[in-house]
Design a protein around this ligand. Sequence first.
Ligand SMILES: [Zn+2]
Length: 361
Amino acid sequence: MAKKPGKRRLSLTKKQREAGVGAELFALCQSITEDGSISKEELLSLRSWIVGNRNASIPAVEFLSNTMERIVADRRVTQEEMNELYDALVKVMPPESREEAELARNIVTEERTDIGSAGYLALAMLFRKSKRFDAEVRILERCLKQQQANPYYRDLTGGEWTEKIEDRLIEARVLLEGYERYGPEGKGKCEHCGKAPRKLYRLDTGLWVCITCRKQLCPPRPPHLASKTQLKRLGKLGFAVSDDMSKEQADRTVDMHTHVTYYVFDAWEILTGNRPKYQLGYASALDQFVTSLFHESSLVQRIVALQERRDRVAYSKMTEEQLDDPYRYVHLAATKPPLRQDADFQYVAQRLRQEYPQFVR
Ligand SMILES: [Zn+2]
């Protein structure tokens, strides 16, 4: 039976992209599309590569060659033609790499209008998944640079997103170093005990060691102490933390901070008519302000006690259904007894006016 003349497969096959001309083309496509656009230099080097390899009997090369010749036929290249060429490059890439190239292009478009970070982080994650750590480092650096060019961005998110990206960048640099030193398996000679081959981990000191040596050199924290993550979170909230802070103390501080945050939210709403939003879902621009109130410990104790009372009253009034609702905090906020505008309230209001005169009058 004759084979159906189906659509010809343009993308590089696994065999092609692992050897010879196919591998060269795949690397070229990846490097050109990494930043989401084709520069003039990239266009020229792609063209000369195609000219040198157009006799390779690979459908992808033939397809690119035809596209390229059509585009340069009139000796000038328009933006539309550049887009068409980019599409052609995406088409010859294997499906699992196309998403990276598409996202990279979206970011270029977004950079003209938007200052968000979601696209960068999504692309960084794809790069990490495909172990392109060098590309991951570059995209995160570009994201930070973009944010530095927009001081408004830091204000908008209280700096939390910038910190998140800085953390990711540190991780990516460690992964890149490991990859460059020990290859995709991450195995080599432990720099502490000398055993090999072992899967290696980088200590903060820069030493690459096996898991046994890591356990010995960095023993886990005793369970009664606050975890590193807790200490980091408290540090970001603006608290001065010491390494030997207890877990109980850390839990209580976070808990108190949350109570005071909701108090300040209620006060803000009374003063402005608007409820402050949690920026991007997980960080509040008011975090540092709330922490600054902790300098007055008796004030904070009174606020926490008040908030715990208001919560108890609200819970006692809520119905069974409302208590079971995953969004019970909405009901809680609506059922809480109103905030009395006593001396503590006046004091917090005064501090808010000083700190945010553009919003609170
Ligand atoms: Zn070791």
